[in-house]
Design a protein around this ligand. Structure first.
Ligand code: ADP
Ligand code: ASP
Ligand code: MG
Length: 422
């Protein structure tokens, strides 16, 4: 079971969570369940800690950033263990370094390499509830690491895989995965099931209900994920009976469609992402190797580049190159590029954080034409200007002005026939 930030925000909420966890552990008809719980920091806490790091040092050392930002989960894991104990249930916390959750790769966006938890498994079997702080792990050098924002979902799936759980229930503040963010579109519809492939794509383009890596890991390890809400009345049904959203394989989806439980749609969902920034390098030499010079240093610094456009060359063998990076990495990216101004040979560097990426996702596009043109037409009818486009087999994304995000998502939701009936 995993509980997100809003579910853990304060003593009262944690008490509710403890009740849900205890009910699941006690089970039905005397059939107890072994339960490991992964928790997030209280809502807003990680943002607060990130700000402290920025104030301390704008170009912060990611290893020390991890020390600071991982602390929010340490607090909530201890508090949930204490609350479970106060309800009379055996419980203890297992910090990332204690379990241990071994990670590899860059600090602040580390990947889980392995979880080997024989001690925790033994205590689970003895009926003790394990409370694991999400988001954190330990590097080979014995330093604290974190998994990137939203990483507690990935911690939960990794723990579920490590203990071979029957299911990984992700409790959040909405009762499932919707056709788009239900906080933006009131007519969004809850989906009974989504395939791993579509959920992976939706998450990677901004549907933050699940962290992208958690879905990739679940797909690989065959972990059954259910998304559901922790905001339920006391004494409500166990997760086994709640109508959340299941993340399923293609085969399972086919069976659901055959049984008439799901309908096939061309577009499954729409996501938006306001966390990227646009970088334009002007008058880059239009010759072999120029683009490699730009992107190599960014890759070496583990900065993810997303949309890339290189204009056709203009006079004097020069061209403009536009791309997006996560806003959190913009300052570092800009500094790296400035340092290499001579080598790359650009004239100006222009940045813009006021952009958004809007994406439509669906496996139906593999076999149907016209999905992109519907998108372009619907946006142009509302006067929304498209600054860049990128596509994959099951997705079309456009970059637009950030102020038009909500309007664009609503317009597209209607254009693809996803609105719930009144
Ligand atoms: P948690 O703190 O529980 O991890 P998050 O804030 O990370 O919760 O994720 C839940 C939020 O994801 C919801 O409140 C909702 O606004 C947002 N969201 C975005 N896209 C979707 C979607 N397609 N379906 C459901 N929720 C979505
Ligand atoms: N607390 C971390 C964050 O806000 C991890 C998580 O909640 O999933 O990003
Ligand atoms: Mg989250």
């Amino acid at each position: 079971m995993k509980f997100g930030g809003t579910s853990m925000a304060g003593t009262e909420r944690i008490r509710r969570v403890a009740n849900i966890v205890r009910a699941q552990a006690v089970g039905r008809n005397g059939e107890a369940n072994e339960v490991a719980v992964v928790v997030s920091a209280m809502a807003g806490e990680t943002d607060r800690l990130v700000n402290f790091c920025r104030e301390a040092n704008a170009l912060y050392d990611p290893a020390e950033y991890d020390v600071v930002v991982s602390s929010g989960e340490q607090v909530t894991s201890g508090l949930l263990a204490l609350t479970l104990q106060s309800l009379g249930h055996k419980a203890r916390s297992w910090l990332g370094w204690q379990l241990p959750v071994k990670t590899e790769g860059a600090h602040a966006k580390a990947r889980i390499a392995s979880i080997d938890a024989p001690d925790m498994v033994a205590r689970l079997e003895a009926g003790e509830i394990a409370v694991v702080p999400g988001f954190q792990g330990i590097t080979d050098e014995g330093r604290i690491s974190t998994l990137g924002r939203g990483g507690s979902d990935t911690s939960a799936v990794a723990v579920a895989a490590a203990v071979k759980a029957d299911r990984c229930d992700i409790y959040t503040d909405v009762d499932g995965v919707y056709t788009t963010d239900p906080r933006i579109v009131a007519k969004a519809r809850k989906l009974k099931a989504v395939t791993y492939e579509e959920m992976l794509e939706l998450a990677s383009v901004g549907a933050k209900v699940l962290q992208t890596r958690s879905v990739g890991l679940a797909m690989k390890a065959g972990v059954r994920i259910q998304v559901l809400s922790s905001f339920v009345d006391d004494g409500a049904a166990l997760a086994d009976d709640l109508p959340g959203t299941l993340i399923v394989s293609d085969e399972e989806m086919d069976q659901m469609v055959e049984r008439g439980e799901m309908e096939r749609q061309l577009v499954t969902g729409i996501a938006h992402d306001k966390n990227e920034a646009k970088v334009i390098l002007t008058r880059v030499p239009d010759k072999p190797g120029a683009v490699a010079h730009i992107f190599e240093p960014l890759a070496d610094a583990s900065i993810n580049v997303d949309m890339i456009i290189q204009n056709v060359g203009r006079d004097k063998g020069e061209t403009d190159v536009t791309f997006t990076v996560p806003q959190a990495d913009l300052a570092r990216a800009q500094a790296l590029l400035e340092d290499r101004r001579e080598e790359i040979g650009f004239n100006r560097i222009i940045t813009d954080s006021k952009i958004a990426k809007i994406s439509v996702v669906g496996v139906g596009m593999k076999s149907h034409a016209g999905v992109a043109s519907t998108m372009f037409r619907a946006l142009s009818d509302r006067g929304i200007n498209i600054q860049a486009i990128s596509t994959s087999e099951i997705k079309v994304s456009v970059m637009i002005d950030e102020d038009e995000t909500e309007l664009a998502v609503r317009v597209l939701h209607t254009a693809y026939g996803l609105d719930a009936e009144e």
